[in-house]
Design a protein around this ligand. Structure first.
Ligand code: EPZ
Length: 429
């Protein structure tokens, strides 16, 4: 995508139709990680040289981020099927409009780089979203700690700074994109910055890897304490984006609950150790290697209770998908969501499909049932829509999922991937 095309937000609400009851079998290849690609795209703002990202997934959120960067004057070029070049030497605007930011809150990650490279930024507040208020107060606090002057006016963050000065910032709670913003800003700050209680997600570790290959001086990536020695400027770099661990686990669960047999290619199994250990407890056979895994579902699915946690714990982004597995397990289970305050909206839709789930605050209590029934359901957020697909794969009859634009934000060609391994799924307007 070259120049200043904006994504088409006017696409009609599309629906997915799934005929359930077919075991999945065959081989499926996982795409590059959305949550690794997005911060690395914003990191290109920090340099005047080419940043080449290989393995970028073809997603609505990626197209939105490209449109946002293009609107600032970023040069973006699609090299070959999943490789893009970004060059920020021509950036002439430090403005991220509400129009773009409201559709994708990850846009907030242009704030740190714009501030560090250009000394100013005007970025719309993302506003809440379905799964929670999702404020950005910690992003702002961290940047102020680095010496930025930040004012909130008319729904926008107005940030300025002559030169950011290294400091120590301790996150009161772990924030993935918050860590990304402070990490990127610190690379060009004067002196040393320490980020305490930093997010340890692999996507943030890879962001740091890219920054170091651009000439940054970062230590402690993947750990709670990250140290950054500021430099004068950053050069170009090229990197292969890590596989999407959330998509991978979603496919593992699809294979298990349909009692299928799958080979899942292009994974990094070291990024999903705890989810794999947890899923093994349901009785499925999982043979895990470094960059692929083989699974065979079992007739009897044992329930798996868990709570979500920051990495390396069980990711909140697979909570809804794991809950579907529990809805048809033999027995009771408990699921506790500790990251977001409202990430149980999929429960109402699953109950309409016959699931037996009760809610007590941020804990869901699930009693397994024999079968789910097909129904017309509605996606509410990205990962909940994936959970509804999983439910449709095992429900008797035809399930219709509405508002799947949520799904297109984070899953590349999901119906092709599922159809190629035996699912009966199609898209309708
Ligand atoms: C990232 O969102 C991911 N998005 C989310 O994935 C993921 O669910 C989330 O991390 C948690 O793992 C991207 O990486 C683009 P947080 P992020 O800041 O960074 C609170 C998906 O499905 N908080 O780690 O926005 C916040 O409300 C998406 O791909 C503050 O209070 O999440 C939440 O309760 C959905 N103030 C908790 O911290 C702040 O300034 C963790 O949020 C920032 C966050």
């Amino acid at each position: 995508m070259q120049g200043h095309q904006s994504p088409d937000y006017k696409t009609p609400l599309k629906k997915l139709v799934i005929n359930g009851g077919y075991p999945l079998s065959g081989s499926v290849r996982i795409s590059g990680s959305k949550n690794a690609a997005l911060p690395m795209m914003t990191a290109s703002i920090l340099s005047d040289h080419d940043i080449i990202l290989n393995g970028i997934p073809d997603l609505a959120d990626v197209r939105t981020m490209i449109a946002l960067l293009n609107s600032m004057g970023m040069y973006t070029k699609k090299n070959h099927n999943d490789s893009f070049t970004f060059n920020a030497s021509g950036i002439n605007s430090k403005f991220a409009s509400y129009e773009l930011v409201k559709t994708m809150r990850a846009s907030i990650m242009v704030l740190g780089p714009l501030l560090a490279k250009h000394g100013e930024a005007k970025v719309s507040l993302p506003g809440g979203c379905a799964i929670g208020a999702r404020p950005v107060d910690l992003h702002i606090q961290g940047l102020e700690k680095l010496g930025a002057t930040i004012e909130i006016k008319d729904g926008y963050i107005l940030a300025s700074s002559d030169r950011l000065i290294g400091s120590t910032y301790s996150f009161p709670k772990k924030s993935v994109t918050g860590t990304a913003n402070i990490l990127m800003a610190a690379t060009l700050a004067e002196g040393e910055t320490k980020i305490l209680n930093a997010a340890c997600e692999p996507e943030i570790a890879q962001l740091g890897e890219l920054l170091n290959s651009m000439g940054a001086k970062i230590q402690g990536l993947g750990k709670d304490c990250i140290t950054i020695e500021g430099v004068e400027n950053l050069g170009g770099a090229e990197i292969e984006i890590i596989p999407d661990r959330i998509e991978a686990i979603t496919m593992v669960i699809a294979g298990i609950i349909t009692r299928g047999e799958l080979r899942i290619e292009n994974i990094n199994s070291s990024h999903m150790q705890q989810p794999i250990e947890l899923i093994r407890k349901c009785g499925a056979k999982l043979e895990v290697f470094e960059d692929y895994l083989y699974l065979k579902g079992s007739d009897l699915i044992s329930p798996i209770s868990f709570q979500t946690n920051p990495y390396p714990g069980i990711p909140t982004d697979i909570q809804a998908q794991l809950m579907v597995l529990n809805t048809v397990a033999e027995g009771d289970s408990k699921v506790k969501e500790t990251i977001f305050e409202n990430r149980f909206m999929h429960i109402l839709e699953l109950k309409r499909m016959g699931a037996n789930i009760g809610i007590d605050g941020n804990t869901a209590i699930i009693t397994g049932v024999q079968k789910l029934n097909s129904a017309q359901v509605m996606a509410t957020d990205l990962r909940a829509s994936a959970a509804l697909i999983l439910a449709g794969l095992i429900a008797d009859g035809e399930t219709i999922i509405d508002r799947i634009y949520h799904l297109d934000r984070g899953y590349e060609s999901i119906e092709e991937k599922l159809s190629n391994i035996g699912a009966k799924v199609r898209r309708i307007d």
